[in-house]
Design a protein around this ligand. Structure first.
Ligand SMILES: [Zn+2]
Length: 96
């Protein structure tokens, strides 16, 4: 999953920003995020096509403190270490 890292102060963002809120730099580079820690999750049922009817959305934090979301069909609890990949619908996570 690609995050955007400020080239001046290393702050990470899930979305590309015009200006880094921490240092004011306008230079970012893509960084591939493959691991994180689950902060919380929400179990979803009866979701719209083409998503499965039974999965969870997980908020996670990267080792540098940036936060993002992924989905999973596995049981992931707060504090669990996760591995993050991307499929055609977006970020997917599994317990590490
Ligand atoms: Zn910065």
């Amino acid at each position: 999953m690609e995050f955007f890292k400020c080239t001046k102060c290393s702050e990470e963002y899930v979305f590309r920003r015009a200006v880094c809120h921490k240092c004011g730099s306008e230079e970012f580079t893509g960084v591939d995020i493959t691991q994180g820690t689950a902060i919380d999750s929400v179990h979803l049922i009866a979701t719209p096509e083409p998503m499965p009817d039974d999965y969870s959305v997980v908020m996670f934090q990267t080792p540098n403190g940036a936060r993002g979301f992924c989905r999973t069909v596995s049981e992931i609890k707060r504090g669990d270490r996760i591995r993050i990949t991307v499929d055609e619908y977006g970020p997917v996570c599994e317990p590490e």
